[in-house]
Design a protein around this ligand. Structure first.
Ligand code: DGL
Length: 279
């Protein structure tokens, strides 16, 4: 597929299946406030976590293509499920035909790179969607860098719906937060570090902390991804030059604008401009 894509510098694209990527976007904006951003949430088709490889790949490619059409030269998949199931295929197979100069980056690698310095017991846990756990992306990536670390994962299929339905702080969330944590820790009592391998999960952090033993540290990804992006732009001045810098952020959703504005404003504590888009 050969597309006519805008060549002028543009915003950095940040994509997630829903609202979860806002946890990454807000840390990126704290770290790199001078850049412009476009956030795209595929809320109408969220969650991705229980979908097949083929469908996550197809939906993610549509979202990346849309962000390129909207002027982005660099897109961050602020979604572990998309990073696990679609990133490599898009980088290897699609970018060369879409536009070999554009880039798509994920959130798994930047998270994994930091983990070796955080765990003391060398036993870590990963809480993520069923799709991410099944892909084995975390153990595979961790063992490339740190072959001595033992990794156990637990899928948390009900956590994303809790967040997407604004129930992260509700009483009903406690049962499922505790259940998946207990199931993970029962697999390996030496775990001292848990990767929150889904960008929705930082919204559950108060409850996650409540049910984790004091010696276990939960690791949200936002700051790790933001630091890694800063480093990337520093190492790639040619890409940095293609990113506009007026400190602005615009939002797109595949769902109703009003619905996104209400929920996202609560996550971000600010009023936002949002438009509906078809993928
Ligand atoms: N926020 C996404 C992630 O990091 C997935 C949520 C979903 O299931 O759509 O994996």
């Amino acid at each position: 597929m050969m597309l006519q894509l805008p060549s002028a510098p543009g915003p950095i694209g940040v994509f997630d299946s829903g609202y979860g990527g806002l946890t990454i976007l807000s840390k990126i904006r704290e770290c790199l406030p001078q850049y412009d951003y476009i956030y795209l949430g595929d809320n109408a088709r969220s969650p991705y976590g229980t979908r097949s490889f083929e469908i996550v790949y197809e939906f993610t490619l549509q979202a990346v293509t849309k962000l390129f059409e909207l002027g982005c030269h660099l897109v961050i998949l602020a979604c572990n499920t998309a990073s696990a199931k679609a990133l490599r295929s898009i980088q290897m197979n699609d970018l060369p035909t879409l536009d070999a100069q554009r880039r798509v980056l994920g959130v798994i690698r930047p998270t994994v790179e930091c983990i070796g310095n955080i765990t003391h017991s060398r036993h870590i846990g990963v809480l993520a969607t069923a799709g991410t756990i099944k892909s084995e992306s975390y153990p595979l990536e961790i063992h490339k860098l740190f072959p001595d670390i033992q990794v156990n994962g637990e899928a948390c299929p009900l956590w994303v719906p809790l967040v997407e339905n604004n129930e992260a702080q509700g009483d009903g969330a406690d049962y499922f937060v505790r259940k998946y944590i207990d199931e993970l820790l029962a697999k390996d009592r030496q775990i001292d570090t848990i990767i929150l391998g889904c960008t929705h999960y930082p919204l559950l952090l108060p409850k996650i902390r409540q049910y984790l033993p004091a010696h276990v540290t939960p690791i949200p990804q936002g700051e790790l991804v933001a630091e890694s992006l800063k480093d990337y732009l520093h190492r790639h001045p040619e890409m940095d030059a293609k990113c506009t810098k007026q400190g602005q952020c615009t939002y797109y959703t595949t769902e109703a604008e009003e619905k996104f504005r209400e929920s996202a404003s609560a996550f971000l504590n600010e009023e936002i401009r949002v438009s509906r888009v078809e993928l």
